[in-house]
Write a protein that binds this ligand. Structure first.
Ligand SMILES: [Zn+2]
Length: 55
């Protein structure tokens, strides 16, 4: 019974922290860091371009 709950939590974590940048769709370890720091799922290069050219 409790095993199902643990599995569900683990699956949610993997979906959220998959290191895939939402801008360029590339896998980068900085994506998770930026998600925690800024709340955006962006790699460092996409984050830099967003910072240099804010909308
Ligand atoms: Zn990117």
């Amino acid at each position: 019974m409790t095993d199902n709950f643990d599995y569900k939590l683990d699956k949610t974590d993997n979906n959220e922290l998959n290191d895939i940048c939402e801008e360029c769709k590339k896998k980068d370890e900085t994506v998770t860091q930026n998600l925690i720091l800024t709340g955006y799922k962006l790699c460092n290069s996409c984050r830099t371009s967003k910072t240099l050219f804010p909308l």
